[in-house]
Design a protein around this ligand. Structure first.
Ligand code: FUB
Length: 328
């Protein structure tokens, strides 16, 4: 794959969630920062403490950094690690969803509310009731009610394995993931009309094998869900995409409902420089784009990443492919 330039180089950015609001493209990334914490499988080195929002009038054009939209010291329940965020808009308000560790070290998902896409965002005093783990991704459907959903979850450092029985089991942290049978699933809940709480129980996002129809097993590290949930809709179908973590792929699965089940459909991106891979997909001015990160800006430091953009296309079956790069 031809190397792409980062969208910005004055700060380290990762986990880009892209949305089009009021005709402009907004990117809501993690804001990576330097730390002395050594790399480990818990991801302690991802020690971020605020969010910036970025916008652009066109892909490849100038990018505006709108500055700090939300910071850790303004969120009463957070102890550390502001990880991958996402944003949504409904009823004229803007919502920033973010995962962070609470004062007990447990990852929860918070929401902060603003009047503009770029913030500032005012955090709710408590995390979303019933939320856990990391990597929230919101999706507002195009139905009459503009039904909204929040997807989330991540294994290993993201603690999803601690919630197998619906309550947090600290002793399961070091098992990292399911040890036999089906892989652990990402989670989804419908959001309330005011977008700040869950309107339904949290349920599994099932990813099924395209041949057998069985859930992807935990041993299938090339295809099982790890983290970085994302939902988009293309021609009436729902596309659930995600990272496979330790095998470093971005994969996707297709379904007929935002709640699934989803049938595994393939890979979107091969491994990039750096351990993590995390993305979003959005349509802007008639083209579809993959927003992703790698660690090229820091020459391979896992926790100092940079956001990039690639165009994607769909074939006649609705399968995703990276667009051919135009020769310069
Ligand atoms: O940026 C911190 C974590 O790394 C994210 O929450 C994961 O998806 C991975 O990209």
């Amino acid at each position: 794959m031809a190397d792409k330039a980062p969208i910005v180089t004055h700060v380290f950015t990762a986990d880009p969630s892209a949305h089009v609001f009021n005709g402009k493209l907004y990117v809501y990334p993690s804001h990576d920062r330097e730390t002395d914490i050594e790399d480990n499988d818990n991801g302690d080195q991802y020690d971020m403490n605020d969010y910036h929002v970025f916008s652009m009038e066109q892909v490849g054009g100038p990018v505006t950094d709108h500055g700090v939209a939300l910071k850790q010291q303004d969120i009463p329940w957070v102890s550390k690690q502001l990880w991958a965020p996402d944003a949504a808009s409904k009823n004229g308000k803007y919502y920033l969803y973010f995962p962070a560790r609470d004062k007990d070290g447990i990852f929860r998902v918070g929401v902060a509310v603003g009047d503009k896409p770029e913030g500032p965002f005012k955090p709710e005093p408590e995390p979303i009731k019933g939320s856990f783990s990391i990597d929230p991704a919101s999706f507002v459907d195009d139905d009459a009610e503009a039904s909204a959903y929040l997807y989330f979850g991540g294994i290993w450092g993201g603690q999803l394995q601690c919630w197998k029985e619906g309550t947090f089991k600290r002793e399961d942290y070091t098992t990292m993931e399911a040890q036999s049978g089906p892989a652990l699933c990402a989670k989804v809940a419908k959001l309330s009309d005011d977008m700040t709480s869950f309107a339904t129980e949290v349920q599994d996002v099932l990813i099924l094998d395209e041949e057998t129809g069985a859930p992807i097993p935990c041993s299938d590290h090339d295809r099982r869900f790890f983290e970085a949930a994302w939902m988009h809709k293309y021609q009436g179908k729902y596309y659930f995409s995600y990272s496979t973590g330790d095998t470093h792929f971005l994969c996707y699965a297709i379904g007929d409902s935002p709640l699934g089940p989803f049938t595994y459909a393939g890979r979107i991106l091969e491994p990039v420089i750096g351990w993590t891979t995390h993305h979003s997909i959005a349509e802007f001015k008639g083209k579809w784009y993959l927003f992703y990160h790698d660690a090229s800006l820091s020459k391979g430091v896992n926790h100092l990443r940079c956001v990039k953009i690639r165009e994607i296309v769909y074939d006649e079956q609705g399968k995703i492919k990276l667009a051919e790069e135009q020769p310069k």
